[in-house]
Design a protein around this ligand. Structure first.
Ligand SMILES: Nc1ncnc2c1ncn2[C@@H]1O[C@H](COP(=O)(O)OP(=O)(O)OP(=O)(O)O)[C@@H](O)[C@H]1O
Ligand SMILES: [Mg+2]
Length: 271
C-alpha cells in the first residue's frame, strides 16, 4: 500500500482581479501519484509550476478542487484537519524556516512540541530526545535554550528538520528544505535522511530546484510542467515535452554567463 495516493487531483486559483477580470487558472491538472514507503521521490519544476501546492495537498493543508488524497490508506480528501494518528505520520520542512518557527519559542521548545503532543514525552526523556535530534542535525544540545533570532538561516532550517524528524513520521515533504544549507551540512543532513529511510522506511517528497541533488538523492523523479507531472530521468528522457521543460529549467538554474558589456552603459563605472 502506498503511503500517499493522489488520484485525479485538480487545483485552480483565481488570477487577476485588480486591473482585469478575475479568471481561474489550473495549477494542477488531473495529477496521479503514489509515494511508497522508503522511497525518495523528486519533484522539480520552474518557479510557480505548482510543486508547493502539490506538497500542501499531500499534507492536507489545502483541499484539492477534485480528486482524492489517501494517506496510509486513510481517505483524507476534504477533511479540515487530519486525524491525529495520520498527522504525526506526515511532516514537512518548508524553505522558509523563519516563517515556520515561532520567534518566541526556543529551539528546544520548537523541537519538543511534536514530542509532547504525539508521544507525551516530558522531563529528562524529552530533554534527551531533543538533545539527540539537535546533534543529528549538526547542532549542539546547548542550542536548545536559544531563540530563533540567534540562529543563522541554515541553523534555523536544521531546527525545522529536527522538528520534522521528531515524531519519526512515515512521510516527510521536503520543500526546498536543504537549499539554504552549505554543502557540508547539506551532505550531512542528506546522509541522515538516507539512513532514516533505510532504517525506518521513511518516504520523502523531495521538492528542489537542484537537479544534481535530485539525481543523487531520489530514486524516481517528476517534472511539474503546465500542471502535469512527467516522469523523468535527468539523463535519459523520452518525453519530448518534459525534455524541453527540463532543458529550460536547467538553463534557469544555471544561467549562461552574462556577456561582457562594453561601451556607454559602463561609462562612469569603476573598473
Ligand atoms: N493561495 C493561493 N492563491 C492564489 N494563487 C496561488 C496560491 N498559492 C499558489 N498560487 C499560485 O499557484 C502557482 C503555483 O504556486 P506554487 O507555490 O505551488 O509554485 P512552486 O512550483 O512551489 O514555485 P516555487 O518553485 O517558486 O516555490 C503560482 O502561480 C502561485 O502564484
Ligand atoms: Mg514552492
Amino acid at each position: 500500500m502506498p503511503v500517499i495516493e493522489l488520484r485525479n487531483i485538480t487545483k485552480s486559483y483565481g488570477r487577476g482581479g485588480f486591473f482585469r477580470k478575475k479568471e481561474r487558472f489550473d495549477v494542477l491538472k488531473d495529477i496521479n501519484l503514489d509515494l511508497h514507503a522508503g522511497e525518495c521521490l523528486g519533484l522539480v519544476g520552474r518557479s510557480g509550476s505548482g510543486k508547493s501546492t502539490l506538497g500542501r495537498i499531500v499534507l492536507g493543508l489545502e483541499p484539492p478542487d477534485c480528486g482524492s488524497v489517501r494517506i496510509l490508506g486513510n481517505d483524507v480528501t476534504g477533511l479540515k484537519e487530519l486525524p491525529r494518528h495520520v498527522r504525526r505520520e506526515v511532516q514537512v520542512v518548508f524553505q522558509n524556516a523563519i516563517g515556520s518557527t515561532n520567534p518566541r519559542m526556543t529551539a528546544g521548545q520548537i523541537i519538543s512540541e511534536p514530542l509532547r503532543n504525539f508521544d507525551g514525552l516530558k522531563g529528562r526523556k524529552l530533554k534527551n530526545r531533543v538533545a539527540m535530534l539537535l546533534e543529528q542535525v549538526g547542532l549542539s544540545p546547548d542550542d536548545a535554550g536559544k531563540l530563533p533570532g540567534r540562529f543563522s538561516g541554515g541553523q534555523l532550517q536544521r531546527i525545522c528538520i529536527a522538528r520534522a524528524l521528531a515524531p519519526s513520521p512515515k512521510v516527510i515533504v521536503l520543500d526546498e528544505a536543504v537549499s539554504s544549507l552549505d554543502m557540508l551540512i547539506q551532505a550531512r543532513v542528506l546522509e541522515l535522511l538516507e539512513s532514516l529511510r533505510k532504517k525506518h522506511d521513511t518516504a520523502y517528497l523531495f521538492v528542489s530546484h537542484d537537479l544534481r541533488l535530485v539525481n543523487r538523492f531520489c530514486s524516481r523523479s517528476f517534472l511539474m510542467n503546465n500542471g502535469m507531472l512527467h516522469a523523468f530521468h535527468p539523463e535519459l528522457n523520452a518525453d519530448t515535452e518534459a525534455r524541453e521543460a527540463l532543458n529550460k529549467l536547467s538553463s534557469a538554474i544555471l544561467p549562461p554567463l552574462p556577456e561582457r558589456k562594453t561601451g556607454k552603459e559602463h561609462a562612469g563605472m569603476p573598473n
